[in-house]
Design a protein around this ligand. Structure first.
Ligand SMILES: [Zn+2]
Ligand SMILES: [Zn+2]
Length: 867
């Protein structure tokens, strides 16, 4: 077994980050892949455009170099000790769990981190024999096959002498790695470069902020010196994005020269014989490769109509099994992607604009996407299937009432300059309250999705604009993923994946759409520098659910107050339950503690608990983050806090932050906090760095004077009376006289009220079967939203209410990710019938279940693990 290494990496829980981003940076990814549904793989090439790390990046990262005398033994065996810089955060696609679901590769591959390829005594000649020699020779002579290095292969060796570029990846079969020498191909791209240079000053995209800010000439020397002036192609300081992308694309078909490489379990190492310095390392590299069906970045499955589809699922490993990349937080780049599919498929992807498509000579469709904003490779999300789409209206009906939350983003007072890498930034340039949005789904559910979400999304976009200002991305696609999707939502730039479980027919779960929309700002536009400060995205998005919905739907302040406190109570119960069942180390909002605001903390070569099996069940960061913001809003007022948030966005957009930076703005703008004795120390001690629930937080504060909650409490009493009625009645005639009448129960409770009622009933004593039957019938519980049905199923399990087992079955088949928790309940009861129910449901869906969910359920059932 793998032991803890000196750096503290726990392979079963932590996620390694091996790229040497302190040495070299990828500035642009060019992805060109074919989708092969029959084999469940992508195959094609990745071209990366590299530069030596800038002085700042070196300083931010680890100064260790892989060149010179660094032994590969060291880098291979000492994962946690670094070889990588970690100078920022994971701007990862943001996954929303419901506490019951999880994903990915839980608890498996505990030895994956073992990079055990020790330096062998092979000669350099044998190394070079291992690498592909001629890309253009694909005549199938068998040589290439011999050269294929699979993960875990120990053949290829990095060299202690030559500079080595290390990329993060896993489950990828690399066919060849080649240097593309632009110098040799000046002519083929001369036209583009000339055009680029001549249009340098006439380009008119709204990027006025990016001309003169980056004076960082030194590290880019390599390009400037290059005859073809690659820096012009990179357009790094010029922002001629369109021409630049065209020039990159021209590199797709240039021949290359073989480079040495080695594929490890978690990395791809590339070096060039004779090159010792990063400055001399190739600047354009093509990697010809295929993904593997077992790769965890993707779910290959069937849509709701039984047709093949594939989507990135927001895995622990991000996109590492899709393409080799630099994962350490802070390593950001632009990208382009060409994806070839059979013609009936639609490729939906994060990208600045909708796909450009064209039909290839072989009758396939190529979909082209690009992103001009520099972003981490983990942000790329893709869903390929036979989706149908519908455009949503851009207009928003506004009928503002008097007493609503008044917040209007003020461009003038908050328009600051951009302090990020140059790209066509929208934050100070756009005044578009509602961006174009579309919904995609298989045609069987598209009308339902359009009816339920379509009318709401423009309003939510508009409300988010009012609070936070311009949308960071210029468009939005929502994709309703198949039932196996293991999250409630996954937000990536310009694209949001939504669970079908959110379609309830009555719009009662639509606040989750508000949540996903606000991730465009929190989680995507502003990332956490300390990757583990997840609350900076999840806490903010959860907190904004209620204000966004309130503004979009013109709630009065009173209505907002009532509903948001009712929701707060439900969230409080969820947090309390979770805290009781979670290891205390996982309850901390800032797991890196004090370290998280020092650079030292960023030097570790892994993400703490990045693959922790329990973590995917947890909502602690969502809920504690939410309650921290809720608490602050109670003191300073909601509108003030929203104002602080928009200032925070203008100040830090496009950058990586620590929570401290948010609090600095907060304390500056809200002196009321310190007047109330709240300072950074209090926040650190009581909220960020401690497990458990802060003392100040108790449910009474939400209950007090709340009419919606009072209503529920009186309904609970009625249902207790109902139960007494049935109990006495069942006992026979003798007691009949004292039997209370059946009370008039209120069946018009809101969805949240009904959730709260069921929570109460779950906490109270035993209920008669007749009470449960009446409850189901009166409220038509089996037809309600997934949150309500989930609580109903818990009640059914608790009381072994066999008439409700059909509802559990439906839940486990349809709401697969939320259902994982119910499997646990069914088995914990040790009731043979409930066990049988769990087993038969598992058998019915196992083949289409998310792999992570499936593995967890199999573990519960004691079934031999599926591969
Ligand atoms: Zn979220
Ligand atoms: Zn900007």
């Amino acid at each position: 077994m793998w032991n803890l290494d000196p750096g503290g990496l726990e392979p079963s829980k932590d996620l390694p980050l091996l790229s040497n981003t302190g040495d070299i940076r990828i500035r642009h990814y060019l992805i060109n892949l074919d989708v092969k549904f029959t084999e469940k793989i992508f195959t094609g090439a990745l071209i990366i455009f590299l530069e030596p790390a800038s002085e700042k990046e070196k300083k931010d990262g680890i100064l260790k170099s892989h060149g010179g005398d660094q032994s590969s033994e060291k880098q291979s065996n000492n994962v946690a000790e670094g070889n990588c810089s970690k100078d920022g955060a994971k701007y990862v696609g943001v996954i929303d769990k419901d506490g019951n679901n999880q994903e990915g590769e839980i608890g498996q591959d505990t030895n994956r981190v073992q990079m055990g390829q020790k330096e062998e005594n092979g000669s350099m000649e044998s190394e070079s024999e291992l690498v592909g020699k001629d890309l253009t020779n694909d005549s199938g002579d068998g040589i290439k096959k011999d050269k294929v290095l699979t993960p875990g292969c120990t053949e290829g060796k990095t060299h202690r002498e030559w500079f080595t570029c290390i990329l993060d990846c896993c489950d990828i079969v690399v066919d060849s790695v080649e240097e593309i020498k632009l110098d040799d191909h000046v002519k083929s791209i001369r036209g583009d470069a000339d055009k680029l240079l001549s249009s340098e000053n006439s380009n008119s995209r709204d990027v006025d902020n990016c001309e003169d800010k980056k004076e960082d000439k030194g590290p880019r020397k390599i390009f400037v010196e290059s005859e073809t002036k690659l820096s012009n192609l990179l357009g790094y300081r010029r922002c001629n994005f369109k021409e630049r992308n065209a020039a990159f694309t021209a590199c797709l078909h240039l021949p290359g020269e073989s480079l040495s490489f080695k594929v490890g379990d978690w990395s791809l190492s590339i070096w060039k014989k004779g090159i010792r310095k990063v400055e001399d390392f190739p600047s354009v590299i093509r990697i010809v490769y295929s993904t593997m069906a077992k790769g965890h970045s993707f779910t290959w499955t069937f849509d709701q109509l039984g047709r093949e589809c594939v989507f990135s699922q927001g895995a622990w490993i991000n996109n590492r099994s899709l393409f080799p990349c630099q994962e350490p937080p802070g390593a950001m780049a632009t990208w382009q992607a060409f994806i070839q599919t059979p013609k009936e498929y639609v490729v939906l992807m994060s990208g600045d604009e909708k796909a450009e498509t064209r039909v290839t000579s072989t009758g396939m469709i190529t979909s082209y996407y690009y992103v001009d904003m520099v972003m981490p490779p983990s942000m790329l999300a893709v869903a390929i299937g036979q989706w149908q789409g519908v455009d949503l209206p851009i207009d928003v009906k506004s009928s503002e009432q008097e007493d609503t939350i008044k917040i209007v983003y003020d461009h003038k007072s908050r328009g600051t300059s951009c302090d990020h890498e140059p790209w066509p930034c929208r934050i100070n340039a756009s005044h578009q309250p509602v961006i174009p949005a579309r919904i995609f789904a298989p045609r069987s559910i598209l009308p339902l999705a359009e009816e339920e979400f379509g009318g709401r999304i423009p309003g939510f976009l508009n409300a988010a604009f009012k609070i936070l200002g311009p949308h960071p991305f210029s468009r939005l696609d929502l994709v309703i993923l198949p039932r196996c999707f293991a999250s409630m939502g996954l937000a990536s730039p310009s694209i949001v994946f939504i669970s079908q479980s959110l379609l309830s027919g009555d719009g009662s779960l639509c606040s989750r759409l508000a949540h996903e929309i606000t991730h465009s700002w929190f989680g995507l536009l502003i990332g956490a520098m300390d990757w583990t400060e997840e609350w900076l995205s999840e806490g903010f998005a959860t907190f904004l659910e209620d204000p966004v919905q309130s503004i979009a739907e013109n709630w009065t302040k009173e209505k907002f107050h009532e509903i948001s406190n009712l929701r707060a109570l439900l969230r409080f119960k969820a947090l309390k339950a979770e805290i009781e069942n979670t290891a205390s180390e996982l309850q901390i909002m800032r797991p890196m503690g004090d370290q998280s605001h020092t650079r030292d903390a960023l030097l570790v070569g892994y993400v703490k608990n990045g693959r922790h099996p329990d973590k995917w069940f947890l909502q602690v960061h969502y809920l504690k983050g939410y309650f921290l913001l809720h608490y602050i809003s109670e003191i300073v007022g909601l509108e003030s806090l929203l104002h602080v948030m928009s200032t925070y966005v203008s100040t830090f957009h496009g950058r990586l932050v620590l929570s401290r930076e948010f609090f600095k703005i907060l304390f500056d703008m809200c002196p009321k906090l310190s007047e109330n004795g709240i300072n950074q120390d209090v926040i650190d001690n009581e909220w960020l760095d401690s497990p458990g629930i802060p003392k100040i937080l108790n449910q009474e504060r939400f209950i007090k004077g709340n009419k919606l909650i009072e209503q529920v409490v009186s309904e609970v009493t009625k249902w207790e009376t109902v139960d007494t009625h049935f109990r006495i009645k069942d006992k026979g005639k003798l007691k009949k006289k004292t039997c209370p009448e059946l009370p008039d129960v209120n069946v018009n409770l809101s969805s949240e009220q009904l959730c709260l009622l069921l929570e109460h009933l779950l906490q109270s004593g035993r209920l008669r079967q007749k009470t449960l039957a009446k409850l189901r019938e009166d409220f038509e519980l089996h037809l309600k939203n997934a949150e309500i049905r989930h609580r109903w199923c818990e009640l059914v399990i608790k009381h072994r209410f066999m008439d409700g087992y059909g509802d559990i079955r439906m839940f486990l088949l349809k709401d697969q990710s939320m259902g994982v928790y119910l499997y646990g309940e069914l088995l914990a009861s040790e009731d043979p019938i409930q066990r049988l129910l769990a087993e038969t449901c598992y058998e019915a869906v196992a083949m289409v279940m998310d792999r992570g969910c499936r593995r967890t359920v199999e573990e519960m059932l004691g079934i031999q693990q599926s591969k």
